[in-house]
Ligand binder design. Structure first.
Ligand code: FES
Length: 273
């Protein structure tokens, strides 16, 4: 490698390092200040007695569904988010007490999954899929334009507390790419303009209807309660699999294709005896 090439490479490395350092500075982002992360530690301020009593009753219900109480941790964390809007210190303490776990064990789980928020979440989580198929179909463009429109970046929330914007890695709806989700409801075949209108409507308090599934979008806290395991009776609303999802089934039916039988394993044979 020539001296010139070495200098060139060193300069590129310096630039990359500088970018990494810059982006790791707390409070820095391309689109304004990041959240002030709420530390996960026991909070001195507990729940009001009435709220706590209801949470304890709900927790007992959830725990009774599992052979081991610690298995109810994920639902309980959603339950905390349905009350607090994110995983608070008092929420961690609550889960630990209900499940006979340490707060460190609860925090370890809460910080592992991206669905558990470490800072106050907006009323609506707007997840723009920027995984491969959606990205090439315009997902990156959608994210960039909506990010500029709202003035926030990934995992940031608008000042009015209405929208938290996220990049999402595949919504399992690639046949409708590019796809955006609002509190886990589908908005198919989006464009930058349609998504900007979507977030404006949400902020204006208008009724927003997903392109498939439920007849309206619920708030983050309402959805968190459903994710905890308390149904709202709306699971079967609307169309589940739309025309694009069924295209392969139609082609298979037309050609008489069927799935091959699953191979029999020694476990199956043992079970039959
Ligand atoms: S890549 Fe976007 S839904 Fe699968």
């Amino acid at each position: 490698m020539s001296q010139h090439e070495q200098e060139d490479m060193r300069s590129q490395l310096d630039e990359a390092t500088e970018r990494r350092v810059h982006h790791s500075v707390p409070g820095y982002s391309d689109h304004g200040p990041l959240h002030h992360h709420t530390p996960l530690h026991p909070s001195d301020e507990g729940y009001p007695a009435e709220v706590l009593a209801k949470m304890q009753a709900d927790a007992a219900d959830l725990i009774s569904r599992y052979p081991q109480k610690r298995s109810a941790l994920l639902p309980l964390l959603h339950l905390v988010q349905s009350i607090d809007g994110y995983i608070t210190g008092r929420g961690v303490q609550f889960c630990a007490e209900q499940l006979d776990l340490s707060t460190a064990e609860v925090s370890g789980v809460a910080t592992f999954y991206t669905q558990y928020k470490r800072h106050p979440n907006g009323e609506y989580t707007v997840g723009v899929c920027t995984n491969t198929l959606c990205a090439v179909m315009g997902g990156d463009q959608i994210f960039d334009e909506v990010s500029d429109h709202l003035g926030i970046g990934h995992d940031e929330t608008t000042e009015d507390g209405s929208i938290t914007l996220e990049r999402v890695e595949c919504n399992a709806a690639c046949d409708y790419a590019p796809v955006v989700m609002v509190n886990w409801e589908f908005f198919d075949d989006q464009t930058p303009d349609s998504t900007k209108k979507l977030v404006d409507d949400l902020r204006d308090g208008k009724d927003v209807v997903p392109t498939r599934g439920a007849s309206k979008v619920c708030s983050f806290k309402q959805v968190s309660r459903v994710l905890a395991g308390f149904t709202d009776g709306r699971a079967d609303e609307g169309v589940g699999a739309g025309p694009a999802s069924l295209e392969g089934v139609k082609v298979a039916a037309k050609n008489g294709w069927t799935a091959p039988a699953a191979p029999t394993t020694s476990d199956d044979e043992g079970a039959e005896k």
